[in-house]
Write a protein that binds this ligand. Structure first.
Ligand SMILES: [Zn+2]
Length: 164
C-alpha cells in the first residue's frame, strides 16, 4: 500500500462537493443509476469512510485499531473502484487479492474491446434440443468507468477480461 494521505483525500472530497450540484432535493425524480448520480452517492459514502479513518487514526495503537483501519481502507478502495478510480483503489487497498482483481479490471478497461481470449465455444447437454453451444465468456459485472457504464466480460475458462 502506498502512503495514505488523509489530508489530501479530505481536501479532494471538499473540492468535489463544492463543484457537485446539490441533489438532496428531488432525489425521487432523478434516475439514480446515471453515472453522475451514482458518483455523487458513492462520494457521500467515501466521505463517511474517510471520517471513520480520521477517527481511527486518532485512537491509541492496538491490534483492533489496525484491523479496523485495514477494513476501512479496503472499503475506501471498493468505493473508489465503484467510481472507476482503480488507481485510487489500488493505492489504499490492503487486501492483496483485491489489489490483484482491481489491476485485472484496470487492464480489461484499457484493452481494445474487440480483443478476446482464444478459448473455444463449449458444447453442453440441453434437455430440450440435445446439445447447445455456449461461449465461456459472460457478462460478469456492469462497471462505471470514465467512458460511462461498461459490461465487464469474463471468460469462465481462462479468466480473461475485457470491457465493452
Ligand atoms: Zn478464455
Amino acid at each position: 500500500m502506498t502512503q495514505f494521505s488523509l489530508d489530501k483525500a479530505l481536501q479532494a472530497i471538499t473540492e468535489r462537493n463544492a463543484e457537485a450540484p446539490d441533489l438532496s432535493e428531488g432525489i425521487g425524480r432523478i434516475d439514480q443509476n446515471t453515472p453522475e448520480v451514482k458518483r455523487r452517492r458513492i462520494r457521500q459514502l467515501e466521505a463517511a469512510v474517510l471520517s471513520q479513518i480520521e477517527y481511527l487514526q486518532g485512537e491509541p495503537e492496538s491490534e483492533l485499531k489496525t484491523t479496523r483501519l485495514n477494513v476501512a481502507l479496503d472499503r475506501l478502495g471498493e468505493l473508489r473502484a465503484e467510481l472507476g478510480d482503480y488507481e485510487g483503489a489500488i493505492a489504499v487497498t490492503v487486501d492483496v487479492r483485491r489489489v490483484a482483481e482491481y489491476q485485472k479490471v484496470q487492464e480489461a478497461i484499457a484493452r481494445d474491446p474487440s480483443e478476446t481470449c482464444a478459448c473455444p465455444l463449449v458444447r453442453v447437454v440441453d434437455g430440450a434440443s440435445g446439445f447447445v453451444t455456449l461461449s465461456p465468456r459472460f457478462k460478469a459485472q456492469r462497471i462505471l468507468t470514465e467512458k460511462g457504464y461498461l459490461d465487464l466480460i469474463r471468460c469462465a475458462n481462462c479468466g480473461f477480461m475485457n470491457a465493452k
